[in-house]
Structure formats: C-alpha cells, structure tokens
Design a protein around this ligand. Structure first.
Ligand code: AMP
Length: 427
C-alpha cells in the first residue's frame, strides 16, 4: 500500500489528508489503520514524529462518521463517544488541533480540556455537545466529579504517550477514569517505550490487542546529524551564545534538565541579544502558548524547554536541537532529537556533555547503537573530558560501574564537524 486511497477511509477524510499535503501513510499509519478500522484494540509503540496521531485519529474519525450504531449523530450534551487521554496540555491541544484538521469536512465536534486554564469555557463546550473529548487526566477527573462529563457512552478510548503518563504519576488517575468506561469499547494505547509498567497497564485495558511498532529508535533518528561537544559545565552558556552567532541555526530547540535551568538559559540568551523564550511546567498555560506561537512564527529563534514541556510539541522546520544538558535517560534523548528532522526533513542535534554527563552519554550511545561524532575542532572543546575514560561513571544517585565496556574505553576525537545547515531540509 503506498498511498492513502488504499485505506478504506471515508472520502471527506481522504480530502482532508490531501489538504494537509500528505501523500503516503507513514509506516505506523500503514500498520495501524487497517486493524483500527476493523475495530481491533491496538497497542502501538511509536514516538512523536512517526505520524502516530493520524494513525489513531483517522480511523477514529472514520468510525464516528460511519458508525452511528444506535448512537445519535448529533453531539450529545456532556456525553462524548470517544475519549483521548494525553499526559500534557501541549499534547492534548495538538491532538485536538489534528482532529479538527483531519475532520474539517465532517460535522464532528471535538473538545479539548486540560488544567492550568479556566474550566468555564470547557464546561460550556461540553454542554453544547461533544463527539470526541481530548483531555489530560486531572482536569477530566475534575469535570467528571463535578458532573459535567459522563463516560458511559464512550465507544473508543485512546491513551496516548502511556509511558509518559505513568512517569508523571497519572497511573491512579488513569485507573479512576478507565473504571468509568463501558467495558464494550475499542481501546488504543500508544507509548514511545514499553517498560513493564506500561505493559501492565495495557494488559488491564486492552482486549486481544494487535501490536504495532514504528521503526526502532535507532532508525527514526537516522536522519538527524548528531554531534557531541565535550565542554566544562561553567562554559556551556558561553558556548551556546557562541554557537548561536551562526545564523545557519535558524530555529533551535534547546533542552535543559530543570525548569530553573530553562529560565536561566533563556535569560542568558536574551541578554546576549538572541530572541528566546522558555517553556516549562511552571509557566501559565497562556505564557506557554505565547512562547510556542512566537517560536512557530519565527519571532523567536530559540525555545528553551524541559523534557516534559516539550512532549508533543510539533513545530515545523526546527533546524537544530541543542542538548544544553544531557537527558538522564536515552529515551528522552531520542525524543529530543526527534524534534528536528520531522516529516522527512533533515536536522542537526548537538549535545553538550560535561564531565559528569559522560555516563549518560554512554547509555545513550548504547541505546542508539552508534557513537556520536565529536565536535573536537571548537575552542570550547575540552579534551580532558573527552579523553577521561572514567568520567561520568559515578552518576549522581547511581551505582559506580567498574565494568569496562568494550569499545567505549577511550573515545577518540573524530573528524571535526561543521555546523552547516542540515542537508536535504525542507525549505
Ligand atoms: P506525530 O507523530 O503524530 O506527532 O506526527 C508528526 C508530524 O508528521 C506531524 O507534523 C504530522 O502533521 C506529520 N504527518 C503525519 N502523518 C503524515 C503523513 N502521512 N505524511 C506526511 N506528514 C505526516
């Protein structure tokens, strides 16, 4: 199957897909859509950037459009037919936007509800009638407890980014919510990773699911040109300012580990005359949306984000991702760098690695099964960090490792890399 017409989707949906400019279903869409159209439960292992939203949204819209199965066509007051749960506000609002785009030729009503913003307009929308409800767990429970939404008419339940949902401590909320769902329903779960906890959740929610997987991490990140720059911790800010003097870095997403770190980096950039903003969980929803909108429109060149805040952010044309601090886990690394090289474009990811982060880098390289080329030809390159084989073995809170891992004892500086504009990038 090479194009969407081979999928048995309703004409208005195919038209919307064409409006979006999509010509070929992505692998995860090819694997998921036929089973979902047959009404099967599904467990999908796929990260943001693989086209997973459309993978579940298109069959959902098709089902709601074609199968009224006794359900009234008109959107019902406080009683949605489909529920999509997402861990973060950004992801929920992007899923809502995608549903509206793909459903633009249908008469289905989608409402998105999340915390950190006034509940009143959300109540009003639920009162006016809703087919698809996209929600974060906390706000949904609030609305349920206050009687503004009932889940007894839910026919399709979709849980997106299940791993992140559990990481963020939403497990009890998800259980409370799923306890209110009718047992006769279609259930779909997507997760970027499949640790035991997620598998356990899936076992409780899904019935005889089809399991589909997007290309493994190592291949989804193939298009990203990755580099590591060994640098002392106290030189990172100066290095960042220096790198951003290169106007070839047109639209850059910078990752820090903490919210305060994100603020500090954004402030530093600001002082250096670089238009930047930060996005993280301590910011009010409208401030986050403003920052995102400015980044999308190109008014600011740099957006500094924490991992959680950046989940689900979908901005076209991110030319560079900079890991100002290495993430603690390799999955976050893959998520971060997947923000560039979206939908066929190429991108560059540069990681700043200090002495204490060598262990994290080793774990990442093991997971992606490649060693990152070293950007050695740079004034800030710290050879002593690059060449210290023991560096970073004792990680904060972790056990010291005394094992020699083959092939990872001594890193040789590789050919210097240039910070050119990514090749093959869509204009
Ligand atoms: P997602 O993994 O759902 O976050 O989607 C990643 C990006 O791919 C979004 O910007 C989508 O608009 C885009 N996308 C999804 N499906 C396709 C497709 N079949 N062809 C081209 N772009 C797509």
């Amino acid at each position: 199957m090479t194009d969407f017409s081979g999928l048995e989707l309703a004409q208005p949906i195919l038209r919307a897909i064409a409006d979006e400019g999509y010509t070929t279903p992505t692998p995860i869409q090819q694997k998921s859509i036929p089973s979902l159209l047959q009404g099967r439960d599904l467990l999908g292992v796929a990260q943001t950037g693989t086209g997973k939203t459309a993978a579940f949204a298109l069959p959902l819209l098709h089902y709601l459009e074609e199968n009224t199965a006794g359900a009234p066509r008109k959107a019902q007051h406080r009683q949605p037919r489909a529920l999509i749960l997402a861990p973060t506000r950004e992801l929920a609002s992007q899923i809502g936007d995608s549903l509206r785009s793909y459903g633009r030729h249908l008469r289905l009503r989608t409402t998105t509800v999340f915390g950190g913003t006034s509940i009143r307009p959300q109540i009003r929308a639920l009162n006016q009638g809703v087919h698809v409800l996209v929600a974060t767990p906390g706000r949904l429970l609030d609305l349920m407890n206050q009687g503004y939404v009932r889940l007894d008419a839910i026919e399709v339940f979709i849980l997106d980014e299940a791993d992140r949902m559990l990481d963020m401590g939403f497990s009890p909320d998800v259980k409370r919510i799923s306890a209110k769902l009718p047992s006769r329903r279609q259930t779909v779960m997507f997760s970027a990773t499949m640790p035991k906890s997620v598998q356990g959740l899936a076992n409780g929610l899904l019935r005889d699911p089809v399991r589909v997987e997007a290309a493994p991490a190592a291949t989804t990140v193939e298009k990203v040109q990755q580099q590591v720059l060994f640098v002392a911790k106290d030189k990172k800010r100066a290095l960042l300012g220096e790198l951003l003097n290169d106007q070839g870095i047109e639209r850059v997403l910078i990752f820090t580990r903490t919210k305060h770190g994100a603020n500090r980096v954004a402030k530093h950039l600001h002082q250096a005359g670089i238009q930047a903003d930060a996005i993280h969980g301590n910011k009010a929803q409208n401030a986050r949306q403003r920052a995102l909108a400015s980044f999308r429109s190109g008014r600011i060149r740099a957006l500094v984000a924490t991992d959680i805040a950046a989940r689900g952010i979908d901005v076209e044309g991110v030319t560079h991702v900079i890991n100002f601090e290495m993430p603690n886990d390799p999955e976050s690394y893959v998520h971060r760098i997947g923000r560039t090289a979206r939908a066929g474009a190429a991108g560059i990811a540069i990681s700043f690695c200090d002495h204490d982060e060598r262990g994290a880098l080793r774990d990442i390289e093991k997971t992606i099964r490649q060693s990152l080329p070293v950007f050695a030809d740079h004034p800030y390159h710290a050879a002593e960090i690059a060449n210290d084989p023991g560096a970073g073995k004792r990680r904060p809170g972790g056990r010291a490792s005394h094992k020699n891992r083959p092939g990872q004892r001594r890193r040789k500086a590789q050919r210097p890399q240039r910070l050119a504009r990514p090749t093959g990038e869509a204009a």
